[in-house]
Ligand binder design. Structure first.
Ligand code: 5AD
Length: 357
C-alpha cells in the first residue's frame, strides 16, 4: 500500500480515498505510524486570532463573503489584539496565527503590519503566522521583515474548472497560485489547503489536489471539510442543501482518508486539524490528530466576536472564551493519548529540509 500510494498509483489512490471499514482502518494505521516516526505523540499549539471579518472577496461558499449583508462586520483594535496575545503567552502557546477576511486597502495593510511589528517586538520568541488572503509581493516582503515567518493561503481547490464555479469572475486561480509562489520566494513557511466535499468536486479532483501539494512543495496544510452556510449562493440552492444532508457523513470519511494519504505522501509537513471537523463529530479534530495531524489552532478570539466569524454553519465553541477552548481541547488531546506541546514554535521539518537540504 505504502509504495503504491507514494508512486501515485491512481487506482490505489481511488481505492483508499473511498475506503471504509477494514481497509480504512489499515490506511489510518499506516498514516499514524508514519506521523509517529516524525512527531511522536507531540501536538503543537498555536493560538488563532480571527481579528476581522471584513472581506473584499465574494466566494460562493463562505459566510463572510462581502455580499452577505446579514453578517455584522468587526475589526479588533490593537488593544484587543494585545489582550489576546497576553492570553497566548500565559497559556504558553509557541505561535500565533493572525487570520482575517481579505482586504488590500492601505489602512488594512498598515494595521496588519503594525500588529505583526508589535507582536514581534513584545514577544520575539513567538512564531507569527499570517492568514489574510492574497497580498502583493512587496507587501509580503514587508510583513516578513516585520517578523511574520509563516503564511497560510488555501488554494481552495487545485482544479481551475471547479475554482471558477465557486468564485466570481474577478477572482483568479492563477493569481492565487502566484501569491503562493511569491511566499515561497520570500522564504516563508508556506501553508495551503483545500476544502474536501465541495459541491461538484470529484474524487479525481482530490487526487489532483494531492498531486498539486506534492509537486509544489508546501510546508504546512490546513485542510477542512466543506460545511454549508445558508446565507451563501451554494447554501441557498435547494439541490445543494439536499445533496449536502445526504452526503455529509460520506464526505467526512473521504476527508479523513484524504488527510491520511497526505500524511503518507508527506511524512514531515505540518498538518493542522481544522475547526470545521468538529461540525461532523465532537471528536472530529481529535480524529484528525490521531491519524494525520500534528498541529492544533485553538481560537483565542474573544467571545464577543466569535459568532461573527462564521465561515460556515454550526461552528463549534462560539460560546466559549480562549481559556475554555484551551482547556477543552488540551484535555481531549491528553485523553486521546497525545501530548500537547507548549513553548515551541513548531516549525515544519519539511521547510528545513526544503531550505537547507
Ligand atoms: N466550509 C468550510 N470551510 C470554509 N472556508 C470558507 N468557507 C467555508 C465553508 N463553507 C475555508 C476556506 C478558507 C478558510 C479560511 O476557510 O477554505 O480558505
Amino acid at each position: 500500500m505504502l509504495k503504491k500510494i507514494r508512486k501515485f498509483d491512481r487506482k490505489t489512490l481511488l481505492k483508499y480515498l473511498r475506503a471504509t471499514g477494514k481497509r480504512q482502518a489499515e490506511l489510518f494505521e499506516l498514516a499514524r505510524q508514519i506521523k509517529e516516526e516524525v512527531f511522536g505523540q507531540r501536538i503543537w499549539f498555536r493560538g488563532i486570532i480571527e481579528f476581522s471579518n471584513i472581506c473584499r472577496n465574494d466566494c460562493y461558499y463562505c459566510g463572510i463573503r462581502r455580499s452577505n449583508a446579514k453578517q455584522m462586520r468587526f475589526q479588533m483594535s490593537l488593544k484587543e489584539i494585545d489582550d489576546c496575545l497576553k492570553f497566548i503567552k500565559s497559556a504558553d502557546y509557541g505561535s500565533v496565527v493572525f487570520q482575517s477576511g481579505e482586504l488590500t486597502t492601505r489602512t488594512f495593510k498598515n494595521q496588519l503590519l503594525e500588529i505583526v511589528k508589535l507582536t514581534h517586538k513584545k514577544y520575539p520568541n513567538l512564531g507569527i503566522t499570517v492568514s489574510c488572503g492574497e497580498q502583493d509581493f512587496a507587501y509580503l516582503k514587508k510583513l516578513k521583515a516585520a517578523g511574520a515567518s509563516r503564511y497560510l493561503l488555501r488554494i481552495e481547490t487545485s482544479s481551475r474548472k471547479l475554482y471558477k464555479k465557486l468564485h466570481p469572475r474577478e477572482m483568479s486561480w492563477r493569481k492565487r497560485f502566484e501569491c503562493l509562489k511569491n511566499l515561497q520566494k520570500l522564504s516563508y513557511q508556506v501553508g495551503t489547503g483545500v476544502m474536501v466535499g465541495l459541491p461538484g468536486q470529484t474524487i479525481e479532483d482530490l487526487i489532483s489536489d494531492l498531486k498539486f501539494f506534492v509537486d509544489n512543495k508546501f510546508d504546512m496544510f490546513g485542510i477542512g471539510p466543506y460545511v454549508i452556510h445558508k446565507d451563501t449562493p451554494l447554501g441557498r440552492d435547494p439541490k445543494i442543501q439536499k445533496w449536502w444532508q445526504k452526503n455529509k457523513e460520506k464526505n467526512f470519511s473521504i476527508f479523513l482518508n484524504f488527510l491520511a494519504i497526505l500524511r503518507v505522501l508527506l511524512p514531515n509537513v505540518n498538518i493542522a486539524a481544522a475547526t470545521a471537523c468538529d461540525v461532523f463529530d465532537p471528536l472530529g479534530r481529535i480524529k484528525v490528530l490521531r491519524i494525520a495531524g500534528n498541529v492544533i489552532m485553538p481560537s483565542v478570539t474573544p467571545k464577543d466576536y466569535r459568532d461573527k466569524y462564521l465561515l460556515y454553519e454550526n461552528k463549534p465553541n462560539i460560546d466559549e472564551g480562549a481559556d475554555k477552548s484551551f482547556e477543552h481541547i488540551s484535555n481531549k488531546i491528553i485523553q486521546a493519548g497525545l501530548k500537547p506541546i507548549f513553548g515551541e514554535q513548531g516549525n515544519s521539518p519539511f521547510y528545513y529540509q526544503r531550505i537547507y537540504g
